[in-house]
Write a protein that binds this ligand. Sequence first.
Ligand code: DGL
Length: 264
Amino acid sequence: MKGTIGVFDSGLGGLTVVRHLRRLLPGADIVYFGDTARLPYGSKSPETVIRFSRENCEFLLSHNVAMIIVACNTSSAIALDTLRREYKIQIHGVVAPGARRAADLTRNRMIGVIGTHATIRSRAYDREFAKMGGSIKVVSRACPLFVPLAEEGWLDRPATVEIAREYLLPLKEEGIDVLVLGCTHYPILTQTVRRVLGEGISLVDSGLSCAEAVRDQIGDGERGVEGGRVRYFVTDMPERFKEIGRIFMGEEIAEVSVVHPRAG
Ligand code: DGL
């Protein structure tokens, strides 16, 4: 594939996907759009998430992207089908690749899924697993407090571990052997999740699975070549995006532009 990859998220969590894309496709040019003015999406209605997601696609299309990655789990869970119907461009989400990876890993067919309230309520992961033959049992749970904890950089504080125990131990007791981290922010908390669940449960980063699916689909042209460029756009608070984004990206974010796509 030739051309720029557009990535959007409700804020900065989607940088976890960009980080994987940079590693897997170092030659790819990326435009990242984080809707920081309207975050969080996870507590919004489906109608609102679809409207915002549509506007985010319009912004990326105005930058002539060749493909769009919906890095936000909430948007992927709720808006992906609508976006694919409305736009001719190729659009990748994070739910299906994450579900596929989890199905490959499970041995006892008991899979846990965690995400925002909106993602869990949408049952999007359940539908993906149902397409795979139906014998997978899904145990899901919304973990909304993980988002602000990750954004505060409280990755392994005692309070974070305590909240993780409260959220995750019931899933462990149900007997899951795989847990899907179905939210952009959760991979940042992997160490704490692992500490609470122990080594016996495999973790799936749906953002990583999505980046791998895109890498597999794109031709060899952009692999192994350094020099791809990332441009960052947000709708508010660029300084905070840079500061916290460093944790998500694992590297400095040099320049961030503020845009107001609807006004334009
Ligand atoms: N990006 C969202 C997700 O992956 C988490 C933050 C939000 O609620 O907007 O579901």
